[in-house]
Write a protein of this length. Sequence first.
Length: 410
Amino acid sequence: MIKSFLTFLLAILSLFTFANPDTWVQKTSLPAQPRAAAVGFALNGYGYVGTGLDSSGILLDDFWKYDPSNDSWSQVASFAGTARKNAVAFVTDTFAYVGTGTDNSGLTNDFYRYDGQNNTWIQIENLDSAGSVYPRRDASAFNIGNIGYVVGGYDGTSFYSNETWEYDGNRDTVWQEKTAFPLSGRRWATAFSAGGFGFVGMGYNFSQEYFHDFWRYDAASNTWTQMADYEGNKRAYGVSFVINGFAFVGTGFDGALKDDFYKYDLANNQWSAVASFGGQPTSAAVGFSISGKGYVFGGTDTAGYKNELWEYTPDNTAGIESNPNDAVLQIITAPNPATAVIKFENLHLSLNGNYKMKLFDSSGKLVLEKSLTNNDKTVSVERLTRGIYYYSLSQQDKRKDIVTGKVILQ
């Protein structure tokens, strides 16, 4: 029993240990047509890509699942709607949702829900179910918990859309219009969710301007707040993924193809450069994250459309800026793997130094927050889904991460 457990643990840890930090590695290419303007998402520990446009100008409806444990692809059920490009996708706790885009008849507004456990698609309410809403392509999408959001896009009108639409996966009801994106409409923006918020930025407007601004959407107050501008050039068609609460955004097009990448620190509202994309400068790719790694698939570069998959390993080194008596570099979480509770065994706190613990799932979504003190260093995780999680510890008065790490729930 002990031997089999150790074998299992070593197999899990090998996915994260034997890669240099802040580096890109090319993985197995998709065994299907190279494509751009596809959709991609992570669900239940797997990556999925599908739809898009191939190099012959043919619209696609096939879908493929990537298994990072053995670096392999397998074909899954084809998209239930028409073949299309420039659709959007978002993921809730259980399902993935794909919709809008353009097919051979023009702009679309239909949406479909994918069940990864049963490999099935069902149609849900069209985006216009709450009223008169134009179909669209080139929109952006994110989720906050079990609620998905679609923002902007080209809707066939004289100006691009700046609408924000909400779909509640818990209720499976009609779409509801929320506060519009604060500026004029835009297409090809980049979106992600982290820390319980949605983020939308960059993109291209009707006046043919590129942008590098970023805005945060707070679902609780239904408000948008401008955040720090993206550190790189203004651009459209970039990709993003979230790892351990940090967002990574890069590639795209600003009149030229791009390969630079930047990390966004939510707590400090700061961008910093990381390793450039491992492939050629690329546009119209898709991004997702699985178990602490980021992935970028497909798109187009100077050689044409691509079916390449690249894996990014972040640098999780955390500097300690606090007094050594307040915290130690190597935090021991016990037990690890855990079942019901996690205890931060050797976290030393000053008399007035409380810490905030944040726990993120493998997609980077914040699932738990708790204040830790000398008298309470234990976190209950019994109700969480089994899998790999990442924690960060920050001083509550400084709001700066001092330690990050990984824990397995089984």
